[in-house]
Design a protein around this ligand. Sequence first.
Ligand code: 4NP
Length: 153
Amino acid sequence: MLFVCLGNICRSPMAEAVFSNLVTQKNLDDHFVVDSAGVSNYHIGSPPHEGTLKKLKENNINGSGLTARQVEPSDFEHFDYIFAMDDDNIKALNDLKPAESTASLKKLLDYVDHHDTRNVPDPYFTGDFNETYDLVTEACQNLLHDIRINHDI
Ligand code: 4NP
């Protein structure tokens, strides 16, 4: 399970931490490898944005040890499911995706049906980490539910 955004400092590390926390709460750690990456090289080696860390802390979710990295073609071999935050990420990922890859590539907000767009608002630009956190959390809950049903876990 790889979550991908542009910089790997706001949205995708938030999704990684939120999804990992749900998995741990349900004692399902043995079933998942959860990671995140950015399509850009802008913030390689950096910790998450302070706004992301603040929301995680507020919700008692561990945000330590998250370090930005750039997505690479081998990610399409290592991960069965790749979730992008927006259309630009999807475009960049499709350019990188090896022709033989069978990894599933979807947008995270395909798992939220009431939002007006299928793109996760980027709080790096909106400044609204609350809105992004709520959407990411709802999507991660729905996503985990779906995977559990589809894989009988
Ligand atoms: P993210 O947000 O893709 O959710 O990590 C961004 C972080 C950094 C930049 C853009 C978006 N940037 O342009 O540096």
